[in-house]
Design a protein around this ligand. Structure first.
Ligand SMILES: [Ca+2]
Ligand SMILES: [Ca+2]
Length: 204
């Protein structure tokens, strides 16, 4: 009789610890836990939705930062090309080209200028094989022909004052020996005098 009484007392005490005797019979909401994850399905879905919303909010900002970095890269390249050509003229006293009239160098012909500036091929224009234009560390800066490519995969276009009159006509008369142009993010040549132009040039 005594043993039975003790077990009964212990049983009542443990029932109180686990939430009180009055609530012991109340129905509780059923929550499905994913096996082994420790999260309910609703918790997991909530986290996924929050991450998706944050990603959607951050994407335009990240894209803007990346595009700004590309534009800065192109500006740096344009200046480096201009400096390389001016250094070449200082060294040799002539431009790195044989044409005798001002010439526009595009994807079919600009490589001839860049190869001379980089001394990648033997050229009578650069007999001392001086490297005036270093290869940038970023991948794909030069294509197989030696064209210097902007961050959007277009060649850096050039116009040189091959007649040595100190003037280049490029969307207006410019007193320069070299014009360097990146077509910019839209990959299309724009009139650099227009505010909506995204071209990156060495005269602005
Ligand atoms: Ca000229
Ligand atoms: Ca453009």
């Amino acid at each position: 009789m005594m043993k039975t009484t003790r077990r009964g007392q212990r049983s009542v005490g443990s029932g109180q610890k686990s939430g009180g005797g009055l609530s012991a019979g109340r129905a509780r909401p059923v929550r499905h836990r994913l096996s082994g994850s420790g999260f309910t399905l609703i918790e997991l879905l909530t986290v996924i939705v929050i991450i998706a919303i944050l990603a959607a909010l951050l994407f335009p900002a990240v894209k803007k930062v990346l595009q700004k970095a590309e534009i800065n890269q192109a500006r740096g390249d344009v200046k480096n090309i201009e400096h390389a050509i001016k250094a070449f003229v200082t060294e040799y006293g002539y431009l790195p080209a044989t044409a005798t009239v001002d010439t526009w160098y595009d994807s079919g012909s600009a490589s001839s200028i860049y190869n001379v500036l980089r001394a990648t091929t033997a050229s009578t224009l650069n007999p001392r094989k001086i490297v005036f234009l270093e290869t940038p560390s970023r991948k794909g800066a030069f294509d197989g022909s030696g064209n210097f490519l902007d961050p959007w995969g277009q060649v850096y276009y050039l116009k040189l004052d091959n007649d040595y009159d100190g003037v280049i006509d490029h969307h207006g008369t410019r007193r320069m020996s070299v014009v360097v142009v990146s077509y910019g993010p839209n990959k299309i040549q724009d009139d650099p005098n227009l505010s909506q132009s995204d071209d990156i040039v060495n005269f602005q």
